[in-house]
Design a protein around this ligand. Structure first.
Ligand code: 5GP
Ligand code: MG
Length: 475
């Protein structure tokens, strides 16, 4: 999963550099492993990519190199590594100079047949530097554009969409053009709009709030939009999807920032989560309890849950914001240690309240919930209440996760997924909860219906009904 961002302007304006950096900053939640950027002033280009956060990679020195060439086009990516390592070579954007020009590309999403795409490209003589999907996509576009279509990149993108199943919202640039594109299923979001005399784009609308950029709309599934430095914009619906869109439902459930829009509705992700909490409360109420969010991902749903039932909302967990992402860490023991470090329990609450209902957005391997429950029981014992005196009810604002995601969410293989291998009752016992319940798929869809037709969302992680072919992942 990643965030992509950038602009195409008619004239250089020094505030563009600041705007670009702020967009990256506002898409930091979509990826913290790498940041990278390619930029061009129509004649000269430059690029950088590295490990780290936007603030660590877009250094003062790189910022002055950026300003020095006064770029009219820039593309950037914040990366959460799902394919390839976190080394700079696998980071994005990827770039390439051919005899006829310079090209650079960044994407958000995953290719479910990545291994096959790599083998096919290598068999046709293409050299790949990394196993990263953004590089594979760039080379596929260029191969088709140059070998069969006289260098026409729109034709190359059409060929990509006709032959490559998967999730890719992307940006491709030359020295003086910017191409935005979105796969025919539209798995990942991508928006464009205007800011001063520039076209701007970003994976999520929270990157437009800064400096009040105007959002125009989403790039449509199967669409390519070409912008140039003369201010011209051309739309090409290169592929007409034969199916309804398959927008990722996990974006509004977990991934996207609460102040972003849910796809092309003006409503915000935060209100989607709030309504999931209300729906969960109607389906799986608990009485006479305090409602406790798991920070930060369970917060909006916990507020919805407590409001619906008129129950008090209390912060039982304190989260240390300096602990890195626990979800991605290799090794179960390491993940557990980090969850323990990440959260602490407010003991005084346990002296007052003996019945808690904990709300989180999702339960994946069940590591987080199991450790949190152990921590509550240990804390209860330490303050003299007794481990078994606390009733701990778990409520989840998404249905059981039964399938690996091949489209960019970092859901692990099914052998690691709690709900793919155990009944709800067994999971409840394993994590030592008093009760465990999930929102129903119908309940989720009834909330989604207020934002978009539920048929337009991909639910494969809940249903295993994958909308494209895929290869089982071995990583
Ligand atoms: P578990 O500990 O059960 O494996 O994972 C559940 C927790 O991980 C939840 O708190 C949820 O917010 C978070 N989570 C769910 N999906 C993802 C993901 O794709 N990436 C990351 N970093 N966290 C996730
Ligand atoms: Mg979480």
């Amino acid at each position: 999963m990643c965030g992509i961002l950038g602009y195409c302007a008619q004239e250089w304006d020094p505030s563009l550099a600041k705007f670009f950096g702020l967009q990256g900053f506002n898409l930091q939640h979509r990826g913290q492993e790498n940041f990278g950027c390619t930029y061009s002033n129509g004649k000269k280009f430059n690029h950088f990519k590295d490990k780290g956060l936007v603030s660590q990679v877009f250094t003062r020195e790189r910022r002055s190199e950026f300003d020095a060439i006064q770029p009219l086009i820039a593309i950037g990516q914040t990366r959460y590594a799902t394919a390839g390592g976190t080394d700079a070579i696998s980071a994005q954007p990827h770039w390439l100079t051919l005899l006829n020009g310079f090209y650079s590309n960044a994407t958000n999403g995953d290719l479910p047949l990545l291994q096959k795409e790599i083998e096919d490209l290598e068999a046709s003589g293409t050299i790949l530097l990394s196993g990263n999907d953004g590089e594979v996509i760039l080379k596929k576009i260029l191969q088709s554009a140059h070998n069969d279509n006289g260098g026409d990149l729109v034709a190359g993108l059409k060929h990509l969409m006709e032959t490559t199943p998967g999730a890719y919202s992307g940006c491709l640039m030359t020295l003086n053009e910017l191409y935005l594109y979105r796969d025919p299923h539209g798995f990942r979001p991508l928006y464009y709009g205007r800011w001063r005399n520039a076209f701007v784009f970003a994976s999520e609308t929270c990157a437009f709030h800064e400096r009040d950029a105007e959002i125009e709309r989403e790039v449509y599934p199967g669409e390519v939009i070409v912008f140039d430095t003369n201010g011209i914009k051309k739309h090409h619906q290169v592929v007409t999807p034969k199916h309804s869109p398959q927008k990722c439902i996990f974006e509004p459930i977990y991934f996207a920032r609460p102040d972003s829009q849910v796809y092309d509705t003006p409503k915000e992700v935060g209100s989607f989560r709030y309504q999931l909490g209300q729906q969960l409360a109607r389906e799986k109420p608990v009485e006479n309890a305090i409602v406790v969010p798991v920070p930060d991902s369970g917060r909006f749903s916990a507020v919805g849950y407590s409001t619906e039932l008129g129950l008090p909302l209390r912060e039982l967990f304190v989260r240390n914001p300096y602990i890195p992402r626990t979800f991605q860490i290799a090794g179960q023991a390491n993940r557990e240690d980090l969850v323990r470090l990440k959260f602490t329990v407010m003991r005084s609450l346990l002296e007052r309240y003996r019945k808690v209902v904990i709300i989180d957005d999702s339960l994946v391997r069940s590591t987080t919930m199991r450790i949190l429950i152990t921590m509550i029981r240990d804390a209860a014992e330490l303050c003299g209440v007794g481990k078994r005196e606390i009733e701990i009810h778990i409520r989840l604002a998404s249905p059981p996760i039964k399938g690996c995601c091949y489209y960019g969410i970092d859901t692990p293989e099914s052998k690691e997924l709690a709900a793919a291998n155990q009944s709800i009752e067994d999971i409840s016992k394993t994590i030592d909860a008093t009760s465990l319940a999930y929102i129903s798929l119908e309940g989720l869809d009834s909330v989604a219906a207020e934002f978009d037709d539920p048929a337009n969302f991909c639910h494969a992680c809940f249903t295993r009904a994958y909308p494209t072919p895929y290869q089982t992942r071995t990583r």
